[in-house]
Write a protein that binds this ligand. Structure first.
Ligand code: DP6
Length: 359
């Protein structure tokens, strides 16, 4: 039985250090291999998931704090952003049971993304994990807690999850796993865990070329998508499939079995989109270009026998995944055959990264 984590509330009265300062974190985005799609309760996942932590796509967040009354002022890419500010203020209010001390602080946040906002890449995982890491750093500085690195990351992952489910996997290097599964030791719904040392090192340097099929903002948010899973007729079968795929994928990754890896990763991507198409109301986030690109990747793999596959998150863009040693071949194929189908020829090069760092 997985029990909701019960962190002791951190109260203003417990502060032992100067209650004013600045903290800063860089936290990356991630791309799920087994997808989290469907949730319940307080941001608990309906099925377990696992993702590659990315390197180049990240958020830099600087947060200054001083005594106050819970005000949040937020600058995104140097400009005040009241929509993002309201989301963060709402989140901070929502964790009042865990961090009552935040109600006695004013925060000024400066957030920047490394990737262009015109690329249609989701930024909630990097931004929300950066936010959670900054809050944990404030706790550490003001209360002298979370001095153990693992404990720190666990709480940061826990708070990230409350802000945005997929964000909880971003704090760890290489491969983060979230959601309870009896076959995955240490797994829990409360926070993600680092499973990078449970796989063959070939996956530690995997490449991810992101083909931007469309840079437009998506028509249905992930939050709305998760909600639609509640009445999806295939939900129960899907949650079972994700559980099965997780153990199969982890076994394949342990053995360095690229064929099984590719099979499961593509099945997960297409299942995610099939679930959107079978929701009520149904919706489609892929674009014609997404399908063209899928066919091109599959044809290239069939012709060359090279281990290249794709995944998609909740949007039209393709994440092409491949081992580092075939980078030259894959990148010239992408340039010659895929770039013409990307919006404004946009391709973003990324790879597996080392997780969040204090800056
Ligand atoms: C398709 O984490 O964005 O990327 O918890 O509502 O913030 P919220 O949802 P979010 O969902 C992401 C879903 C996904 C799959 C995944 O990352 O596992």
């Amino acid at each position: 039985m997985d029990i909701e984590h019960n962190y002791k509330p951190i109260n203003v009265a417990d502060a032992i250090h100067l209650y004013e300062g600045e903290v800063a974190w860089r936290s990356p985005s991630n791309i799920a291999l087994v997808k989290y799609w469907g949730k319940y309760g307080r941001q608990l996942p309906s099925n377990p998931s696992v993702s590659f932590t990315l390197k180049n796509a990240h958020t830099n967040m600087r947060m200054s704090y001083k005594p106050g009354n819970g005000q949040v002022v937020l600058f995104f890419e140097k400009e005040r952003n009241t929509a993002f500010e309201a989301r963060i203020a709402k989140f901070i209010k929502s964790i009042e049971d865990i961090y009552p001390f935040l109600q006695g602080l004013d925060l000024e946040i400066h957030s920047d993304n490394s990737f262009p906002h015109s690329a249609g890449i989701a930024s909630s995982a990097s931004a929300m994990s950066a936010l959670a890491l900054c809050l944990c750093s404030i706790e550490q500085k003001a209360f002298n807690t979370l001095t153990d690195k693992d404990e720190f990351l666990e709480k940061a992952s826990y708070l990230s999850r409350l802000a945005s489910g997929s964000a909880c996997r971003s704090v760890y290097p290489k491969l983060g796993q979230w959601g309870i599964h009896e076959g995955i030791q240490g797994s829990t719904n409360n926070f993600a865990i680092d499973v990078s040392d449970r796989v063959d090192p070939i996956f530690h340097t995997f490449k991810n070329s992101i083909l931007i099929a469309s840079a437009k903002e998506k028509s249905v948010s992930s939050s709305a998508g998760h909600q639609l899973m509640e009445d999806n007729p295939y939900a129960a079968v899907r949650f079972q499939q994700a559980n099965d795929n997780l153990v199969k994928l982890m076994q394949a990754m342990k053995e360095g079995d690229l064929d099984t890896f590719m099979l499961i990763v593509e099945e997960e991507a297409l299942t995610l989109h099939a679930l959107m198409m079978t929701s009520t109301p149904s919706y489609v986030l892929m674009k014609p270009g997404s399908l063209v690109l899928i066919e091109k990747i599959r044809a290239f793999r069939a012709e060359t026998g090279l281990p290249v596959c794709f995944t998609l998150d909740a949007g039209p863009n393709l994440h092409v995944l491949y081992p580092e040693h075939i980078t030259t071949q894959v990148q010239s194929f992408i340039k010659e055959e895929c770039q013409a189908f990307c919006e404004n020829g946009l391709i973003i090069e990324d790879e597996v990264g080392e997780g969040a760092i204090a800056i």
